[in-house]
Design a protein around this ligand. Structure first.
Ligand code: MSS
Length: 366
């Protein structure tokens, strides 16, 4: 086996034992590293960059970072210092890569083969986008989408649309969106989009644009490839194009973290099955657990604080496991009654895998 890859310099402060380094721009949390606190510690939070992150110097003077606001009655350019005078909201949310769970697609779609660890539940503070829009005199007529542009320096000689990180979401998503400067009570580290990040709760990670330099309310979706052809739910075998649904809101999902599938032998007896469940844009109503691969189900208890509809809930269920092999699965239901499905949604990009079957853990008990 090849040696584990080292953490890249911009994320060197992460806890190496907790992470799987796929590449310098794709770093996953190990399933067995998720603890029982509801909030994911930053040193264990996954990282995903489509482009290499900007230079660390952009977080030297955070308050001086500028963002352009367009597609409003009074377009303006604002510093983080000015944003901090406008309002404050704090929200807990599941940050999950669109491709989390891609590693379970049997046909191996191109892209990082994430298992469960391209996700975490984190707390953001910043100004509500709705407050900002009001400050700018309201939306310009014809606004349909909220479009965020990342602050990376683009490589020379390439069509900017081919490389830039610019994502559009329906303008309704601005309702609970933030321009955030703080993450889990700290200034947002560069790795996670500091000094300023657009936060679109309930949507997959790609829609929360890091180091945001422009927030525009637009009549059309961004022309960038990452919007037009990337992150599209294309049928298996097809390339993404604008006729396919964009990867936006997350579905209901849960998985078991304990017992740890990496621990091959468990002692006979009682074990507390634990994991996390979230509903994307909705809260969680209930989680059921099966210790027989989905034949029969028992209701788990939701434990720990409820940090709101965008956060995940922890669940726990003590069970007695006799000797032998057991397939443990969880199935969540959100507050609107949507039930996590057994099968992964088929699509060529390996996106939004929330099927419970793929997330099973098999444990051997002696
Ligand atoms: N932003 C920017 N600016 N850039 C990049 O690259 N990426 C995405 C987001 N944002 C980017 C951005 C993705 S894709 C994701 S997931 C996220 O981010 C992540 O985050 P973190 O913090 O974890 O790293 Mo998939 O859907």
């Amino acid at each position: 086996a090849s040696a584990a890859k080292p953490l890249p310099a911009y994320a060197a402060w992460k806890q190496p034992e907790a992470m799987i380094v796929h590449s310098a721009n794709t770093i996953e949390t190990r399933r067995e590293a998720f603890g029982s606190g509801v909030v994911t510690p930053l040193r264990q939070l996954y990282v995903r960059n489509n482009l290499p992150p900007p230079d660390e110097s952009i977080v030297a003077d955070r308050d001086a970072w500028m963002v352009d606001i367009a597609g409003v009655a009074k377009p303006m350019s604002l510093s983080v210092a000015q944003l901090k005078t406008m309002g404050l909201q704090t929200l807990a949310m599941v940050l999950q890569c669109s491709g989390n769970g891609r590693g379970y697609f049997p046909n191996k779609p191109s892209g990082t083969p994430w298992q469960v660890g391209a996700a975490g539940c984190v707390v953001w503070s910043g100004v509500p986008v709705s407050v900002l829009v009001e400050h700018c005199g309201g939306l310009a007529p014809g606004a349909m989408f909220m479009t965020g542009t990342g602050g990376e320096k683009l490589p020379d000689g390439l069509d900017p649309n081919m490389v830039m990180v610019e994502r559009s979401v329906p303008k309704e998503a601005m309702q609970d969106a933030l321009l955030a400067w703080e993450l889990n009570g700290e200034p947002i580290p560069l790795a996670h989009g500091g000094p300023l990040r657009l936060i679109v709760p309930g949507y997959t990670g790609v829609n929360s644009v890091k180091y945001i330099k422009r927030l525009a309310f637009t009549d059309k979706e961004s022309q960038a490839a990452i919007q037009q052809t990337g992150y599209r739910l294309a049928p298996p075998g097809q390339k993404g194009d604008p006729s396919h649904p964009s990867v936006w809101a997350m579905g209901v999902k849960s998985w078991i973290n304990t017992p740890n599938p990496a621990a091959s032998k468990l002692k006979l007896g009682r074990v507390v099955v634990q994991g996390v469940a979230f509903g994307g844009t909705n809260g969680i109503k209930q989680v059921e657990i099966s210790v027989d691969g989905g034949k029969s189900w028992q209701q788990a208890e939701l434990v720990g604080p409820d940090l709101g509809r965008y956060a995940w809930r922890q669940f726990a269920l003590p069970v007695d496991l006799p000797a032998g092999e057991h397939v443990l699965v969880s199935r969540a239901t959100d507050t609107e009654g949507r039930v996590q499905e057994e099968d992964r949604p088929q699509n060529s990009g390996g996106y939004i895998n929330n099927g419970w079957r793929d997330h099973a853990v098999t444990v051997a008990v002696q």
